[in-house]
Design a protein around this ligand. Structure first.
Ligand SMILES: [Mn+2]
Length: 318
């Protein structure tokens, strides 16, 4: 296999400055990947900027960024602030998504030709050498740790903690996609001083939010004994993250192979979030012009009622 560490380091060293970004709705895996790449840039004396365009940050990201801010000095910028720093020798590194469209700032990807994509999601054939995709790892954080394992790169305690939180989130507390290699990466992070309790604390949930989600869980219906459905309150508006969290919760239960949460995301629009440990829910969501990843997908539909959507889903699941 081509040496992935060399490819990345060569690109970084050749660049004047580096712009790093994760996917929209940044999560801990994407953040951990961003800061670790920024740390690698610094070791190679390259200025790097992490582009963060999200208007509403997830609570876990807010906590992790507060934690980082105290002891590290990574630079986070909006596209507008970064624009004037771009030059012909800039490099753009996208992490935790292979899609430029899903990156924090699509605009930035159109301004920089020199790119590198580091991701762990299912993907067709890489278009060129700029794509470093490995679906056998649990997370992008693990991927970066594996790539640089033999490069004697160590991360500081704070960066290590965020990397650890990225692995925790993508493995759902080591319950999925966890291999000996994953735990080997975890071991390195702990050796470098990663704070396990802090990493877990980024994901602590707000009591009100928890109660809201758990009230809805009582409405779970089963189809074919293995598909769990939640039809949300018809009069309430939910955000997409809430629907996703309901699904995540449903996957905790015995016999649930896939979970679907259906609710209004606006007055006119219905959202359906889908999560699975077995079946390809991206295929199912694509029947409703949605999409996503094999185990994690969603769709949005107009002029359909909640009941109709549930019926249609069951039809597809047959
Ligand atoms: Mn990830």
């Amino acid at each position: 296999m081509r040496n992935r560490a060399e490819i990345i380091l060569k690109k970084i060293k050749k660049a004047k400055n580096v712009f790093i970004m994760g996917h929209k709705n940044l999560d801990l895996d994407a953040l951990g990947a961003c800061v670790s790449i920024a740390a690698i840039c610094r070791r190679n004396r390259r200025k790097s900027y992490i582009i963060l365009q999200d208007t509403k940050l997830d609570e876990s990201i807010k906590k992790a960024m507060e934690y980082l801010k105290e002891k590290t000095n990574y630079t986070f910028l909006k596209y507008k602030e970064a624009e004037e720093l771009i030059n012909d020798e800039s490099l753009c590194i996208i992490v935790d998504t292979y899609s430029e469209r899903r990156a924090q700032s699509y605009k930035l990807t159109t301004k920089i030709n020199n790119k590198l994509i580091i991701d762990h999601h299912l993907f067709g054939k890489p278009i060129n050498n700029d794509y470093i995709i490995d679906t056998k790892v649990s997370s992008t954080c693990e991927l970066i740790l594996r790539i640089f394992k033999n490069k004697k790169i160590k991360f500081d305690k704070y960066t290590s903690t965020v990397l650890l939180s990225g692995i925790i989130i993508d493995t759902n507390n080591y319950s999925i996609k966890t291999t000996a290699n994953t735990l080997d990466s975890v071991k390195s992070l702990l050796k470098w001083g990663a704070e396990n309790t802090v990493a877990h604390s980024f994901n602590k949930v707000d009591m009100n939010e928890y109660q809201k989600i758990h009230k809805i869980i009582f409405k779970t219906e089963f189809y074919n004994k293995k598909y769990a459905f939640v039809k949300c309150d018809n009069k309430k508006i939910y955000d997409r993250e809430e629907l996703a969290k309901i699904c995540d919760t449903l996957l905790m239960f015995e016999n649930v192979e896939a979970a679907f949460a259906i609710g209004h995301i606006s007055k006119e629009e219905i959202g359906c979030s889908a999560r699975s440990i077995k079946i390809n829910v991206a295929n199912i969501m694509s029947k409703f012009s949605g999409g996503g990843h094999k185990y994690n997908a969603a769709c949005q539909l107009k002029s359909v009622s909640l009941n109709e959507m549930v019926d249609k889903l069951k039809e597809v699941l047959k």
